[in-house]
Design a protein. Sequence first.
Length: 156
Amino acid sequence: MKNNVVLLLLCLVIPLTVGFLSGMATVESITTWYAGLNKPFFNPPNYLFGPVWTLLYTLMGVSLFLVLREGPHPLRSKAIIIFSVQLALNAAWSFLFFYFQSPGWALLEIGIMWVCILYMIFMFGRIKRIAGLLQIPYLLWVSFATLLNAAIYYLN
């Protein structure tokens, strides 16, 4: 029981830390560069992003925990690798878009990230079905973010 609590906490800390670091890359640009961009009519208010991403990073941690708790599985190593890759891409997007102020490169990168998330869902689902299903909101949000990124790129 105690080991599961420690593992769960570790699995939550990893994506939440990445989210925190990504937030640090965006914080200055939100009120300056990003505020001056032309945005599409469907651009959500800035206050919505923090809570949504916190929920999504939490779901990532729970899914990772469920996969790791399943014990030995022939796909577990691949699943952990794709989880790590998509998480690194997630962090990189924030830096590309906000810190480097490059919506074009960010759009290319988010497309790659989307494919990695889809593959992660597939891999997680093969190990523990609920772990894959918990990532569907993440895929949907990144799909929306891709559309938003593309619209911003086009409008600017």
